[in-house]
Design a protein around this ligand. Sequence first.
Ligand SMILES: [Zn+2]
Length: 129
Amino acid sequence: MQITLTARQLAELEDLAKQSLPNESCALLLGKESSVLEVLPIANAGLSEVSFTIPSEELLMAYHLAESKEMDVVGIFHSHPSSPAPSSTDEKYMEINPVVWLIYSTTQNRFGAWVFEDKVRQAEMVVRA
Ligand SMILES: [Zn+2]
């Protein structure tokens, strides 16, 4: 499984992660197939440094918005103040949402891409022009 983003979208996610510090940030990645066409920042309802919560009404709105634009939620982004690898809580949610999970480490300044396919596996992150 792979996810394709533009360098601009990656920069946008990096900014979002840095602006949300010390809290984690999150965003839904809307697009088609594996290509991200739009980044939709979501307020972290949990306002936590170690986890994120997407309010269900925001999630529902995001799915409706994607549908109205004939797009899908192709990925879920959030940031970590640690390594860009899924936490045990993330793993549980990844199993329920088997799209690509993009994690940005605000301490290592790098992205990690993951997906649940039988188990948590590394996904391929492709940068398009
Ligand atoms: Zn996490």
